[in-house]
Design a binder for this molecule. Structure first.
Ligand code: ZN
Length: 97
């Protein structure tokens, strides 16, 4: 039985996912589920690094004005340029270096 983090790692080795998609795929529910996934991703970034792999981050983007955020393991709530809260989540993927 794989742990949740191990399951996330195998998913991200297949293709890219957003935190919400990961939470849904893992069957996590409730308000804290995306936050849990973000915490896991931070740990996973360190774990895969030790294995010679890299966690790729496609940065979050404002869906109104196209502003691109920094590639970070978090979901911004508001666009600094146009103040919109319509934000496309960042996407993550694991690749060999
Ligand atoms: Zn914007």
């Amino acid at each position: 039985m794989a742990t949740r983090r191990e399951r996330i790692i195998s998913l991200l080795e297949e293709r890219d996912y957003s935190p919400s998609e990961l939470a849904r795929t893992l069957g996590l529910r409730g308000k804290g589920s995306v936050k849990t996934v973000l915490e896991d991703l931070k740990a996973i970034q360190r774990i895969v690094k030790r294995e010679g792999k890299v966690l790729l981050i496609k940065p979050a983007e404002c869906r109104r004005c196209g502003f691109v955020f920094r590639p970070e393991i978090k979901i911004p709530t508001k666009c600094p340029r146009c103040r919109s809260e319509w934000i496309e989540e960042p996407r993550f993927k694991i690749e060999a270096k």
